[in-house]
Design a binder for this molecule. Structure first.
Ligand code: NAD
Ligand code: TYD
Length: 338
């Protein structure tokens, strides 16, 4: 089976490419990635040699209609797993343009290609953030209205609606997955967990937004990858599947747990100006995928967090290269006057 994974050099994408190559020996993976600031060739290093003839990287833009058409002509693709996206809320608040182009137009171009080439199945990797924000109680279910609050989540919700329209209008075999906050190896250090680990290692302040009481439902990236593949193989066409980690944590709890594990002082914590429109709480009801496909998260959060901290501490050169370049200028712009 020929599987197109878009965004396969990013955090979840690179974990997914590796997972698929290991788990499904009859899958051939084509990874279409633009290699933006978040895409890193080192995330997929060695895969061509480890899996001869089964892994190909194509550098390119999902929003480039000509390139996408050419790629679909060259490879006869059976399954699309669309992960390519601009993914950071804070960047979307500074400038939403790239989010609209990649997350909305890029998805539309892939959907068009899937229709034209009769691709077997399209899986859109979406997020819990499309549902908006919860108060202290309740969980997101798949039938809730979409109420995105950031330009990022609005662009992801738009893509979800496009997928729905292509299912209804053209009969496309497509499925949407919506997952909660992922953590694990290869996450770009602008996101909460790697950022805090790296700052703590460097004895640099840990910037916690607002009072740190916002809640996210954390899932290990490997559990998410397993769920995506189960949906791709056994999900019902036209459905939406939530995934979550059953690990709701306040941000401050996570920051404290990281500091404690690393033997660092809580004096490093600095409460900074809150993110505008900061969603208070996300929590996933994933009973649908559990009952239909037998998926549930397996990696315990405390254990997963420790192994993730160990991974970053053991891969210093990976993140040192990132934080020495352009990312450092972003960091100054984001946190300099906060
Ligand atoms: P990421 O930012 O780490 O990686 C995104 C990848 O997409 C990068 O490799 C980048 O180069 C590539 N890309 C960006 N624009 C592109 C374009 N126009 N054409 C081709 N490639 C392009 O993101 P991530 O955290 O790995 O998220 C992957 C997907 O999962 C996204 O769609 C995101 O919305 C979704 N998601 C993420 C989370 C999370 O917690 N990280 C949770 C739920 C859903
Ligand atoms: P993030 O990793 O950006 O994911 P998302 O916004 O998609 O949930 O942020 C996770 C939580 O951590 C979110 O509530 C914002 C908060 N946060 C901080 O407090 N400080 C930071 O420096 C960052 C990046 C995030």
């Amino acid at each position: 089976m020929k599987v197109l994974i878009t965004g396969g050099c990013g955090f979840i994408g690179s974990n997914l490419v590796r997972y698929c190559l290991e788990r499904y020996s009859d899958w051939e993976i084509i990874n279409l990635d633009l290699l933006t600031y978040a895409g890193n060739l080192e995330n997929t290093e060695g895969l061509e040699d480890a899996y001869p003839g089964r892994y190909t990287l194509v550098k390119g833009d999902i929003a480039d209609r000509v390139l996408v058409a050419d790629l679909f002509d060259r490879y006869s693709i059976d399954l699309i797993l669309n992960l390519a996206a601009e993914s950071h809320v804070d960047r979307s608040i500074k400038d939403a343009s790239a989010f609209m182009r990649t997350n909305v137009v890029g998805t539309q171009i892939l959907l068009d290609a899937a229709i034209r080439h009769g691709t077997g199945r399209f899986v859109q990797i979406s997020t819990d953030e499309v549902y908006g924000s919860l108060g202290k109680a309740g969980k997101f279910t798949e039938d809730l209205p979409l109420e995105p609050n950031s330009p990022y989540s609005a662009s992801k919700a738009s893509a979800d609606l496009l997928v729905r329209a292509y299912i209804k209008t053209y009969g496309l075999d497509a499925i949407v997955t919506r997952c909660s906050n992922n953590y694990g190896p290869y996450q770009f250090p602008e996101k909460l967990i790697p950022l805090m680990v790296i700052n703590a290692y460097n004895n640099k302040e840990l910037p916690v937004y607002g009072d740190g009481r916002n809640v996210r439902d954390w899932i290990h990236v490997k559990d998410h990858c397993r769920g995506i593949c189960m949906v791709a193989l056994d999900g019902k066409p036209g459905e939406i599947y939530n995934m979550g980690g059953r690990a709701e944590k306040e941000n401050i709890e996570i920051v404290r747990a990281i500091l404690a594990y690393m033997g660092k002082d809580e004096g490093l914590i600095r409460f900074v100006k809150d993110r505008p429109g900061h969603d208070f709480r996300y929590a996933m009801d994933f009973s649908k995928i559990e009952s239909q496909l037998g998926w549930r998260p397996e990696i315990d959060f405390e254990e997963g967090l420790r192994s993730t901290v160990d991974w970053y501490l053991g891969h210093k050169t990976w993140w040192e290269k990132i934080i020495s370049g352009e990312y450092m200028r972003y960091y100054e712009r984001m946190y300099g006057n906060r």
